[in-house]
Design a protein around this ligand. Structure first.
Ligand code: HXC
Length: 262
């Protein structure tokens, strides 16, 4: 329920779609630990909500997220960071969400903001969005997977340059380099595009959608042979679902399938 959140808004812009709008505008949606906990709890509640098939997370025109809250982090010690596994539970929980997450990036997506975008399944952005891993300027390094995920997607030389210089890159570049799936002229078009895609995904069998996300994500961890074998096992398994029967019967009878999500 909305009352539980101080810094984000939850809505259902289309059937089956949850839209999470980050709303801590005074600090460009910088993520304090309380805000990170809220973001995570919003994800978890959408994950559990049977009426939702896909989610969109966005910020505002100025900022998606300008990073972790530097003012809160500045006095953190090694022993607290290490002892309390700073960032670890949050990034593990977010990256284990099974429903598709589309991120609509407008404005700044810096540091932990860029990393959260890369933890999502699909990145949409506006051409004028600003991505970056500026941690080097603060005397630290990316801490929520940025060095790994950015490098995997855009290649070592480019990622190394960005992470070592702390220079930002635009939404247009994010698209050209394959980090973003689509780029839009305006922030509103970006959010609308993300919601439309989420609605399309939400119109399919939840079982098949879940399996799609699982197998694509496996490709990031497995070699091609094991990955293809894993895919085949899951593919075979789906013939045990009700929705496979529903989908193929509907095709054969020229009907629209009515998924039961079983
Ligand atoms: C705390 C932040 C913040 C941040 C912005 N603000 N980013 N507060 N943590 N990450 C606050 C500013 O202090 C300021 O508050 C208000 O938001 C507006 O910011 P300005 O700097 O005045 O605006 P502008 O000149 O437009 O510049 C915007 C900006 C800049 C380019 C986004 O704020 C900036 O460089 N921010 C830091 C970005 C960064 O280094 N991020 C990485 C953090 S490290 P006041 O009170 O002064 O108005 C990180 C580690 C990841 O993320 C760890 C894993 C999650």
């Amino acid at each position: 329920s909305q009352e539980a959140y101080q810094n984000l808004l939850m809505s259902t812009p289309k059937p089956g779609v949850a839209l999470i709008t980050l709303n801590r505008p005074k600090s460009y949606n910088a993520m304090s630990s309380a805000f990170m906990a809220e973001i995570n709890s919003a994800f978890q509640s959408v994950e559990k909500d049977k009426s939702i098939g896909a989610m969109v997370i966005t910020g505002n025109e100025k900022a998606f997220i300008a990073g972790a809250d530097i003012k809160e982090m500045k006095d953190l010690t090694f022993s607290n960071a290490y002892g309390e596994d700073f960032i670890e539970p949050w990034s593990l929980q977010v990256s284990q969400i099974k429903k598709p997450i589309i991120v609509a990036v407008n404005g700044y997506a810096l540091g932990g903001g860029c990393e959260l975008a890369m933890m999502a399944d699909i990145i949409y952005c506006s051409a004028g969005a600003t991505f970056g891993q500026p941690e080097i300027k603060l005397g630290i390094i990316p801490g929520a997977g940025g060095s790994q995920r950015l490098t995997k997607v855009i290649g070592k030389s480019r990622a190394m340059e960005l992470i070592l210089t702390g220079k930002n890159f635009s939404g247009r570049e994010a698209f050209d380099w394959g980090l973003a799936a689509r780029v839009f002229e305006t922030p509103q078009q970006c959010v609308d595009g993300a919601v439309d895609t989420a609605a399309l995904i939400a119109s399919y069998s939840r079982i098949a959608v879940k399996a799609c996300k699982e197998v694509v994500n496996k490709s990031q961890d497995l070699g091609i042979r094991e990955g293809v074998e894993f895919e085949r096992r899951v593919f075979h398994g789906l013939f045990g679902s009700k929705d496979q029967k529903i989908g193929m019967k509907a095709f054969a009878e020229k009907q629209t399938p009515k998924w039961e999500h079983q």
